[in-house]
Every structure is written in structure tokens, then in C-alpha cells.
Write a protein that binds this ligand. Structure first.
Ligand code: CA
Length: 506
């Protein structure tokens, strides 16, 4: 496939860019997105998992307490890449939008992606100079292919057909690297570090997009990382949820006027389990924690490289998750404990419920446990260290933010296709400590999951159930459905959603 041509790609420097361009160069940008990471898994959002490098971004930057994604892997990717709702842009093909790489490259940025792409056209045909990673949705961390390496068992996997991997512009169906120490999260960091070294003397700024596969299933981790967490989860999910909630309040990330949601109805009480069951569940969560821990270690290696090449002080770093903790159980090897190459296991709803503390529900739903994400922004000299904001943001805002700080303009067409306008607005005022005008309305849809938020009101629906209405100012964890008390509000907001849906499909 050849690279599509852009229509307008002229530089239109905003007031901000004019101001900074006279003194310093435009910032480098690093966007790191974890996969299926629950809201409270990282330390600076209340978690007990060891994440010092991510926590350091929070300590030196800004944390958002109301930031949204699209509750599912590929829709979130389509949206964050294009700045449009995935339903309007053509989800995995993104044919009605330009990616941020297609917009920033003509503005003078080097564009690199290392990690999980999960869209159809390869990144090298959509504005990225360089690519290495998983082009599909998930894979075996030790061996993404289907063949066993000599002396090793066959890799555990979910599907019969091989997953698509890619190196630069070349797709590889069934990628089995020779290196027995291969581990995807490490490999993504290695590739990013190699490109930073290669481009260290470049005067152009870089955009480095690092979409992780961690901690999406299968549960695979290095034994030494698992050992660090093994046994810690025998406190069980009931105590873990309470512990994370208490910690969120203690560190100022959650207001105690909002209650912790009750344990999900699919999850038994920890005390009802046998000792052997408790041990097996402890191992699952220890492997999951090890995956998050390893991701943080690898992020730390990338950060060290950025510092080594002298670019740290002029780099904007963003960290978020693509959707909430995942309750799916595609365990094809139920008799093999999680961790090694031959296993294919998941945490299931029990621990995913704890991952999403204090919220209800999961990935693929539009309750706060599904579409709510940690969002950290770090930018020395621009963002004040240690700030927490309650301003509402959404991943549709990422593209306009990048455009504003890069002084880039959105093209009016791509190839021979006229593009739809961008859906979001820049976060730069929030980064600068100002209060920006809130989004009038935010919308979500994935399958039969739907939601709409206008100010403090959120209307949400799952499957064939009725719409539910929540007042997020009084009830952030969605415990008190006000739909029957406020039929007029339900009607108005349902119409908003229906009108948006029609617009998306035009
Ligand atoms: Ca995901």
C-alpha cells in the first residue's frame, strides 16, 4: 500500500506556537497507552503495583480525575489517532480522518510508533516514518507466532490463525523471533530506544507513540517480576478494593463523599473461596501486576534514553489506558498456570473489578469502569508539578492538543477523500493551569453499550436494558439510577445520543 497524499498541510502557527518558537523549539511528544489497564492499577491512582516511573510523571506533572476513552481497544485507537469518533471515521480503516502522524509529519515531526497498532492499514501508510510491533489486537508475549522454538513448548494462543506482526512496512503473519529472551513489552521499548539513539542529532522534534499490549491477556510475565508480587494478593479482592479506595482518598484523587461501588454481582466474596482457589487467584493477579511492573520498568528505560540524549526538558509525555479492566476469560489452557509461553490465561472479572476501583463494570461497557482512564500529562516548564484536575477530557482532545503545540494544521482532504471535522478541543489551556470551556456533550457507543454525558449528567445503557441516568456530581460511582425520577432528562439526552449517532453515520 502506498502512502496517501495530504491535501492542505501548511504550517499555521497558533499564538502559543509563535510564542514558544521564538525562544525554543517545539516539544517532542511521547504518547504511552496501556492496554486493558484498570483505573486504579498504577500507584499514583491508588494502586499497590510498583510503578515508580509512571508515578514520577504524576509527581512532576498533572493527573486528570475525569478523562475518558472509548472503552475498547480498536475504537480507542481509531479515535485517539484521528481526533474523531471512531464511528464517524471508519473504525479500523480510519478512511474519513487523518492520523496525528499524518498531521504532524508535514509540520516537521519525525513520527515513530512502537507497539500495538490494531488498525487495518499499516502505520507506515498512515503517516508514521517508522514502525515495529503487533499490528493486531493481542498476542503471546513470549512468542507472537504459532511455531514452537527449539526446546520450547508451543505458544499458548486464543485463535488458530496467526496474529499479524509488522516491522516497518512489512507485515509478518506468525512472528516467532529466535531470541528466547524475547518479551513484547521489552521489545517495544528496545525499538523505541534504538530510534531515539538513531535520531539523537536530529534537529526535528519527534513524536513517539507507544501503545502497549500490557497488561492485556494472556497473563505472561518474567518469573522475577512475578516473584515480587506473589502472595501479596492473598488479602483478596474485597480488601484490595477497599485499600485502593482508601488510598485514592488519601492521595487526593477521589472525594470521600462518593461511595466505593459494591463488589460486582459476578464476583464471589473472597472469604467464600478455598485455600487452593485463593492461591490460584493470587498467582493470576501477581502475574498481572508483574506485567504492569515490567511495563513501568521499560517506560523507565525509554525515559533514561530521552534524558541521555538531552531532550527530556523539551518533551511532552502523556500516559493513559485504552479501556478499563477486562472481565473476558478466553483461557484456552485452563490447566496450565499463568506466566510461561505455553499458557493462555486471564485475570477474569474478579480482579478486573478490583482494577477498576472505585467504579462499576468493565471494558466494553460505558459505565465509568469501562470508559474512564488515568490520564497523566508531564511537560517541564509548562505543566505545574503535582497538580490534579477535575476538568473533563476525552481522547478526542489529543489530536487538537498535538496540533496546537506543533503548530500543525488539519488537512481538508486525504487522497481524494474530504475529511470530517475534528470532534475534540485542545487540552493546552488545562496544561497551562487555566479552566477551559467544558465539552457541551460527550458520546460513546460500542456494540450495544451506549452513553452520553452533558455537564454532570450521564445517561448510560448496556445491551437491551433501559437507559440509566446518573448525577456524577453527587454520584461518581453510578450507584443511584435517577431515570424514573427524571423522564424528561432521559428523553432529552436520548435524543442527543440519537442525533449524534445519525451524524456519525452520514
Ligand atoms: Ca484494550
Amino acid at each position: 500500500m502506498k502512502t496517501v497524499g495530504l491535501g492542505v498541510a501548511s504550517l499555521a502557527l497558533s499564538g502559543y506556537s509563535k510564542a514558544v518558537s521564538s525562544n525554543t523549539s517545539r516539544p517532542n511528544i511521547i504518547l504511552i497507552m496501556a492496554d486493558d489497564l484498570g483505573y486504579s492499577d498504577i500507584g499514583c491512582y491508588g494502586g499497590e503495583i510498583r510503578t515508580p516511573n509512571i508515578d514520577a510523571l504524576a509527581a512532576g506533572g498533572m493527573r486528570f480525575t475525569q478523562f475518558y476513552n472509548c472503552a475498547k481497544c480498536s475504537p480507542t485507537r481509531a479515535t485517539i489517532l484521528t481526533g474523531q469518533h471512531d464511528q464517524a471515521v471508519g473504525v479500523q480503516n480510519m478512511e474519513h480522518g487523518a492520523t496525528f502522524a499524518e498531521v504532524l509529519r508535514p509540520a516537521g515531526y519525525l513520527t515513530i510508533i512502537s507497539g500495538k497498532w490494531h488498525q487495518k492499514p499499516l502505520p507506515t501508510t498512515r503517516g508514521f516514518d517508522r514502525y515495529y510491533g503487533l499490528a493486531d489486537g493481542c498476542c503471546n508475549y513470549w512468542n507472537p507466532g504459532i511455531k514452537a522454538r527449539p526446546g520450547e513448548p508451543k505458544p499458548g494462543r486464543k485463535r488458530i490463525e496467526p496474529r499479524r506482526w509488522a516491522i516497518e512496512g512489512k507485515a509478518i503473519m506468525g512472528y516467532t523471533p529466535e531470541d528466547k529472551n524475547f518479551y513484547t513489552t521489552d521489545a517495544f521499548a528496545d525499538y523505541a530506544i534504538a530510534r531515539l539513539e538513531e535520531y539523537k542529532n536530529e534537529t526535528k522534534p519527534f513524536l513517539l507513540y507507544m501503545p502497549q499490549t500490557a497488561p492485556h491477556y494472556p497473563l505472561h510475565a518474567w518469573p522475577e517480576d512475578i516473584a515480587r508480587h506473589r502472595g501479596k494478593y492473598k488479602i483478596g479482592w474485597d480488601k484490595l478494593r477497599q485499600q485502593r479506595y482508601n488510598r485514592q482518598i488519601e492521595i487526593g484523587m477521589f472525594n470521600p463523599k462518593y461511595k466505593l461501588s459494591p463488589r460486582d454481582e459476578r464476583v464471589p466474596s473472597w472469604d467464600s473461596l478455598s485455600e487452593s482457589e485463593k492461591d490460584q487467584f493470587d498467582l493470576k493477579m501477581a502475574v498481572y501486576a508483574a506485567m504492569v511492573d515490567r511495563m513501568d520498568q521499560d517506560i523507565g528505560r525509554v525515559f533514561a534514553k530521552v534524558k541521555e540524549i538531552g531532550k527530556w526538558d523539551n518533551t511532552l509525555i502523556l500516559f493513559l489506558a485504552d479501556n478499563g479492566g477486562c472481565p473476558e476469560t478466553p483461557d484456552t489452557t485452563p490447566d496450565i498456570p499463568p506466566g510461561p509461553v505455553e499458557s493462555y490465561r486471564s485475570v477474569g472479572p474478579e480482579w478486573a473489578n478490583a482494577s477498576n476501583t472505585p467504579y462499576r463494570k468493565y471494558k466494553s461497557t460505558d459505565y465509568e469502569g469501562g470508559n474512564h482512564t488515568p490520564f497523566i500529562a508531564y511537560w517541564p516548564g509548562v505543566i505545574k508539578a503535582g497538580t490534579i484536575t477535575d476538568q473533563v477530557g476525552h481522547i478526542i482532545d489529543i489530536m487538537p492538543t498535538f496540533m496546537e503545540i506543533a503548530g500543525a494544521e488539519y488537512p481538508d482532504r486525504i487522497g481524494n477523500k474530504t475529511l470530517k471535522p475534528l470532534a475534540g478541543k485542545s487540552l493546552l489551556p488545562v496544561f497551562q493551569g487555566k479552566r477551559r470551556k467544558e465539552h457541551d456533550v460527550l458520546y460513546w457507543q460500542y456494540g450495544k453499550a451506549k452513553a452520553v454525558r452533558a455537564e454532570n449528567w450521564k445517561l448510560v445503557k448496556l445491551g437491551n436494558a433501559d437507559w440509566e441516568l446518573y448525577d456524577l456530581d453527587k454520584d461518581r460511582t453510578e450507584l443511584y439510577n435517577l431515570a424514573s425520577q427524571q423522564p424528561q432528562k432521559v428523553k432529552q439526552m436520548t435524543e442527543l445520543w440519537e442525533n449524534w449517532w445519525k451524524e456519525c453515520k452520514k
